[in-house]
Design a binder for this molecule. Structure first.
Ligand SMILES: Cc1cc2nc3c(=O)[nH]c(=O)nc-3n(C[C@H](O)[C@H](O)[C@H](O)COP(=O)(O)OP(=O)(O)OC[C@H]3O[C@@H](n4cnc5c(N)ncnc54)[C@H](O)[C@@H]3O)c2cc1C
Length: 412
């Protein structure tokens, strides 16, 4: 006889495990199918491992600039194998925590590739599972570009790059989306020669134009070579041929040209959440969708924050300046160097830009240390329709980066 469940979920990334945990909290009998590791891309090959490695690059870079802070450190070197080992330990620890939470929630985990047969049936490992509701949260995979197929030795995907045993001397990064920008930041932090190739006219083309331009400036100061409005034609060994005839060199090539969903056919009555939808491919979007499906808590899909871990951090919410009609908005633009705290931290680079219509913030774009947290303050104001005048009544602590938000309000 087939096993019976209230909820069957295929895929255990942030979309799947959030749906499973919230489902079980509601008293549903849940079965969760996973063909690889629990936690999906986010925990095993995405958000967490990249940020673990990024932190090491950050510390190494800080040490390089320590002399300017009155601290002398000699003989600093990177043991990249240990950087990777630390990353593995962090991932493994967090995964064990997730496995335990799932187990303690009474969710049944089925290890193996699952196939959704129809809106109430899943098959896996030659067994059939009857489910009142099925959620597909099967995620996405690195996009493969013609002429740049991954060979996993020098032409690498965002999965391969996580497990290099040593730092390359040089790297070419194809694509300047969030993944490309973060890896450029990581490798340049470790002292690797970095070239970044972008098809669009600006780096991080999804961002506000002033953000893109500032990233370019920051990258140039870090000696990252930028090739814009060009594409890669072919890769021959260490030689990367660009469409403008230039040939650049990289011991490794990271192809970070987005993510895609392969062999995807929607089945009527099944709910699709997370990356598999091909909408916004972010972990917090995936988990919010899960909560929406299970608990019915709706969220505004035009208000999903973006964070990119550059140096300094980059974050934005809402409308970009290039999306607004000229004359229809007010703008404040404040340099982070105006904040005392930024000098104390030796991190005066960046800006806070706020766009306002009818006394309400419609967009905010931040490059700053702590931008990832700052953006959340603005999002809460936008989402709750808090006017600029009302925000001016809030008391912001000193010395902080939040003060920058407060000061910006008076520039409108
Ligand atoms: C390098 C990198 C860095 C990133 N950094 C960030 C970041 O900083 N912030 C952020 O918000 N997002 C980031 N992302 C994106 C984020 O990882 C994804 O948006 C998120 O993981 C999507 O979650 P998901 O649950 O939809 O899918 P996934 O996390 O992809 O999980 C899907 C799961 O389904 C399983 N699966 C698929 N098919 C089957 C099947 N037939 N049977 C059983 N199991 C199956 C897969 O094995 C996988 O475990 C990053 C991604 C990458 C690659």
């Amino acid at each position: 006889m087939n096993k019976k469940y209230d909820l069957g979920i295929v895929g255990s990334g942030p979309a799947g495990y959030t749906a499973a945990l919230h489902g079980s909290k509601k008293g549903l009998k849940v079965v969760l199918f996973e063909k690889a590791e629990l936690g999906g891309v986010c925990l095993n090959r995405g958000c967490i491992p990249t940020k673990a490695i990024l932190h090491c690059a950050e510390v190494f870079e800080e040490i390089q600039s320590a002399k300017a802070l009155g601290i002398e450190i000699s003989d600093t070197k990177v043991n990249f194998a240990e950087v990777i080992e630390r990353k593995n330990q962090i991932v493994s620890k967090l995964r064990k925590g997730l496995e335990l939470t799932i187990k303690n929630s009474g969710i049944e985990v089925v290890k193996g590739e699952a196939k959704i047969i129809n809106k109430n049936t899943v098959s896996a490992n030659s067994n059939t599972y009857d489910c009142t509701q099925i959620i597909a949260a099967t995620g996405s995979e690195p996009r493969i570009l013609r002429g740049m197929e991954f060979n996993h030795t020098n032409i690498l995907s965002s999965d391969d790059i996580l497990n290099l045993d040593k730092l390359p001397k040089s790297i070419v990064i194809v694509g300047s989306g969030a993944i490309g920008i973060e890896w450029a930041r990581i490798f340049s932090g470790f002292g690797v020669e970095v070239s970044i190739v972008e098809l669009a006219d600006n780096l991080l083309p999804v961002a506000d134009i002033e953000v893109s331009k500032r990233i370019e400036r920051i990258f140039k100061t870090k000696k990252i070579k930028i090739f814009k409005s060009v594409k890669v034609e072919k890769i021959e060994g260490e030689k990367v041929h660009l469409s403008n005839g230039e040939i650049i060199e990289g011991e490794k090539v990271l192809v970070a040209a987005g993510r895609e969903v392969k062999d995807f056919q929607k089945i009527e009555g099944v709910k699709y959440i997370g990356d598999v939808c091909g909408e916004i491919q972010l972990a917090h979007y995936a988990s919010k969708q899960a909560i929406e499906v299970i608990d019915g808590i709706k969220f505004d899909k035009s208000l999903v924050p973006s964070v990119v871990y550059g140096n300094p951090e980059i974050a934005w919410i809402g409308k970009r300046e290039q999306d607004l009609e000229e004359g229809s908005y007010k703008k404040s633009f404040m340099l982070i160097s105006a904040l005392g705290k930024s000098h104390c931290d030796n991190s005066p680079d960046g800006f806070i830009k706020i766009l306002v219509q009818n006394d309400k913030i419609v967009g905010a774009h931040i490059i700053s240390k702590e931008a990832s947290s700052l953006i959340q303050q603005i999002l809460i104001a936008i989402q709750n329709g808090i006017t600029v005048e009302k925000l001016k009544e809030v008391c912001f602590a000193h010395p902080t980066y939040s003060e920058g938000i407060f000061e910006s309000l008076f520039g409108l």
